[in-house]
Design a protein around this ligand. Structure first.
Ligand code: ZN
Length: 256
């Protein structure tokens, strides 16, 4: 399903791709803007969506450029309605590297928020739906968005950035698979709590669905790691067995 995407352009060899479901979000946002204020409303809503997702791309580039610095290839960045995903050729098992690659994403958001704050100052109100429809209001909206995005990604729900940071920290003391198991388990408990809280307390069903999706993604990544471990263990065993075969005397042809 992740294959249904359109390639936009390339940045330092990384393809930026848009998942087809993104167009549904674009249509919905434009329609909402249209209902509110006609053509101008639609254009304004689409511009905000574009700016929000540009920040998502910059966040993913933060991860990607740091990964490339450590010699890890990045195939593409996929944009979906729920966010972005940088596809690495491998995930580093060295905790320090994983930590730096992971932190680089939210760091980009906090840097953008910091720059915007220096330029336009603190917003009068913190709201993603109620802001002044001018350039300063737009900058405040982006500032708020980047703070929110930076913080949300740091929630320790694996495989979100916060969960990866937790895994890297655990991996400094535990074997990698155990560290992933605990990060994924803590993440699952938090994701279910978040989903219940969002559905019954805040009544924001999209956030609840997002948490359930993260729960599923965490489980999938943990299972993929177990599968990889199993294959590697199998090969190690096979190689050991090969080593264990006693050398046979070469066949001798009886000259008769
Ligand atoms: Zn991230």
């Amino acid at each position: 399903m992740l294959g249904w995407s359109i390639n936009l352009f390339r940045i330092r060899g990384i393809t930026l791709a848009l998942h087809v479901s993104f167009f549904a979000l674009l249509g919905y946002i434009a329609w909402e803007g249209w209902l509110e204020a006609g053509l101008e409303g639609a254009a304004w809503s689409v511009a905000i969506l574009g700016a929000f997702f540009s920040c998502v791309v910059l966040h993913e580039l933060g991860h990607s450029f740091t990964a490339m610095h450590f010699g890890i290839g990045v195939r593409r960045i996929l944009l979906m309605p729920i966010g972005g995903m940088a596809e690495f050729e491998s995930i580093p098992r060295e905790p320090r590297r994983e930590l730096l690659i992971t932190i680089a994403g939210p760091a980009v958001n906090f840097a953008i928020a910091g720059i915007l704050w220096l330029v336009v100052g603190t917003p009068n109100r913190w709201s993603l739906s109620n802001y002044e429809a001018d350039l300063i209001g737009f900058a405040h909206l982006l500032l708020h968005w980047n703070l929110l995005m930076g913080c949300f990604n740091l929630i320790p729900v694996f495989p979100m950035d916060g969960g990866r940071i937790l895994r890297a920290l655990l991996a400094t003391r535990l074997p990698y698979t155990r560290a992933t198991f605990w990060a994924a388990t803590i993440g699952k408990i938090l994701a279910v709590s978040g989903a219940l809280f969002a559905a019954f307390w805040w009544e924001t069903y999209l956030t609840a669905v997002l948490f359930l999706f993260i729960f599923y993604a965490g489980e999938m990544e943990y299972r993929a790691l177990l599968r990889r471990e199993l294959i590697e263990a199998h090969w190690r065993e096979t190689l050991l067995q090969l080593d264990a075969i006693p050398p046979e005397d070469p066949p001798v042809i009886n000259p008769g």
